[in-house]
Design a protein around this ligand. Structure first.
Ligand code: ELD
Length: 517
């Protein structure tokens, strides 16, 4: 059903503070060029302006954020050790951020879109959130997600549906869709997302911003609902979402805590010495849609720019096992852990733990408008009824051979370009007809590889284009440095409401120090 304001455009961004990357905002605050109160107030104003249109921030803590900003400004004035001391101890001092509602943020709801958890309020912070706060960042509130974080669109019966700022009649992606939408709208600059099948990358792609799914196990996943079980802890990743590529590395360093060392994020990356590969599609899985020609074209342009600017030769290739991406993801997600314990079923989680919902009954209630659940979540419980926890040998072999082939291919210096999703941001509820398209992102959760989602400008219809950049395990800095380069080459995030434009910059210094702080 078309809402009357579907054709409305977001108001343009008037305050220039809203177009400054987070690490530059922190520097300006430290240098007393701007106060944290001014920055936080600018973001509060923008959220108040756009949120009635996009429904991304589902609970705010504006008053507390302003108080905290006041304390920051006092600290900056009183600090006698100088700017460097502050930068070292509190690299994001005074910078506002937002958090996906499925993460614990003290004093904020943590329902993950489940009506039975509507009144759950977090008493503590999830570790990744706590680390950002400890770095001086100030949370503004929590943002919408899919019911139980398990769908391609951010919709639930606690908060409703989140809208895409580029076209309000389209989805913001799932499950971290509130983050994607609020950041792209210029109403937040950095945020925290999670991803077990593409939940950072899909919203980043549909909203034209940057996001990073780190190598598995690098950022602590604790403090999220639902907790992963079976083998899922190895597939779930917490990571940064942001409007500017230069914020990815500093955020990842903070969110990973001491484990950041394993990623050597401060090492120089010489892009001209990397080996690049481009895979244009999944080899024709009958479950997924064909890749949109505009996305194929955008990926081709990336290849051309890499070859022209860096003097590299990008190898175009096909990887046949990718055709089984969904089957591999589904099989591994339902596999038991090493002690033989099978994962908590989705039907149990839907009831907030304990007894399972009965899928057919829930569907019947839904048809009568009486179910508290979304049709997507009910559909997942129906599919789950037929899912075996003992996957076929053939699928396991495909997974093993894909893992081996990609690890050998990428090694310590390879970057793979792969479509983020076969379609541009779909209209609301359309993913119900193309649910398996998420397998373009989900496969890399199973493989545990780091992936950076990178925007590539806008399509003819004004929707974000983008690409996934994949590297070998622990080689996150390669995809992060490539994203910095592509931001310059393709213009990065575009303000919603503006039409597509050609990038203006020409690169001739393709050497990137991935640590831009
Ligand atoms: C009513 C239609 C329902 C059809 C269900 C089809 C089954 C598709 C299977 C799984 C979809 C899972 C989507 C996962 C999206 C991202 C998850 C994440 N947190 O990273």
């Amino acid at each position: 059903q078309q809402r009357s304001d579907d054709n409305r455009r977001l108001p343009p961004i008037a305050n220039t503070l809203l177009t400054v990357p987070a690490i530059q905002l922190a520097q300006k605050i430290r240098r007393k060029e701007v106060t944290s109160v001014e920055v936080v107030q600018a973001y509060i104003d923008r959220i108040q302006e756009v949120n009635p249109l996009i429904n991304a921030v589902v609970k705010d803590r504006f008053a507390a954020a302003l108080q905290e900003a006041t304390l920051v400004d006092k600290l900056v004035v009183e600090e006698t050790g100088g700017e460097d001391v502050l930068e070292d101890r509190l690299p994001l001092l005074g910078v506002p951020f937002t958090v996906k509602e499925s993460f614990a943020l003290q004093g904020m709801p943590n329902s993950t879109g489940l009506p039975s958890r509507r009144s759950v309020v977090s008493g503590i912070d999830a570790p990744s959130v706590a680390l950002l706060k400890r770095a001086g960042a100030i949370p503004l509130g929590v943002t919408n997600c899919s019911e139980l974080c398990m769908w391609l669109e951010s919709h639930n019966h606690v908060y409703g549906i989140t809208r895409n700022p580029y076209q309000l009649g389209r989805g913001a992606g799932g499950s971290s869709g509130g983050e994607g939408s609020v950041i792209a709208s210029g109403a937040s600059v950095i945020g925290v997302g999670s991803d077990i099948g593409g939940s950072i990358r899909m919203p980043c792609f549909f909203n034209g911003i940057f996001g990073h799914k780190p190598t598995s196990g690098i950022v602590c996943n604790d403090g999220q609902y639902p907790p992963p079980s079976g083998q899922q802890p190895g597939f779930l990743c917490t990571g940064p979402m942001c409007r500017y590529a230069q914020d990815l590395v500093p955020m990842l360093k903070i969110m990973a805590g001491p484990d950041a060392e394993k990623l050597c994020l401060s090492a120089d990356v010489d892009l001209s010495k990397l080996r690049f590969f481009s895979v244009p599609h999944d080899g024709g899985s009958p479950l997924s849609s064909p890749v949109d020609p505009q996305l194929i074209q955008a990926q081709r342009k990336v290849v051309e720019r890499l070859e022209a600017d860096l003097g590299v030769k990008v190898k175009e290739m096909r990887i046949p096992q990718l055709k089984y991406s969904f089957q591999i993801w589904g099989a591994m997600m339902s596999s038991p852990d090493k002690d033989g314990k099978i994962p908590t079923s989705f039907a149990e989680l839907m009831n907030g733990g304990g007894k399972k919902v009965w899928p057919v009954w829930e569907l019947f209630k839904w048809a009568l408008g009486l179910s508290p659940h979304t049709i997507a979540a009910i559909g997942l419980t129906l599919v789950e009824m037929f899912q075996s926890s003992h996957p076929s040998q053939f699928i396991l072999q495909q997974k093993e051979s894909l893992q081996r082939e990609l690890e050998e291919l990428l090694g310590l210096d390879g970057v793979l370009l792969y479509p983020s999703h076969p379609q541009l941001a779909p209209k609301h509820h359309y993913p119900l007809f193309t649910p398996f398209n998420f397998s373009y992102t989900g496969i890399f959760n199973i493989l545990g590889l780091p992936v950076t989602q990178c925007p590539l400008g806008l399509s003819e219809e004004g929707l974000p284009l983008g690409v996934q950049l994949v590297a070998g395990k622990l080689q996150d800095r390669l995809t992060l440095a490539t994203a910095l380069y592509l931001e310059q080459a393709f213009g990065g995030w575009r303000e919603p409401g503006h039409t597509a434009q050609e990038p203006t910059s020409t690169l001739n210094a393709p050497r990137f120090h991935s640590d831009t702080t």
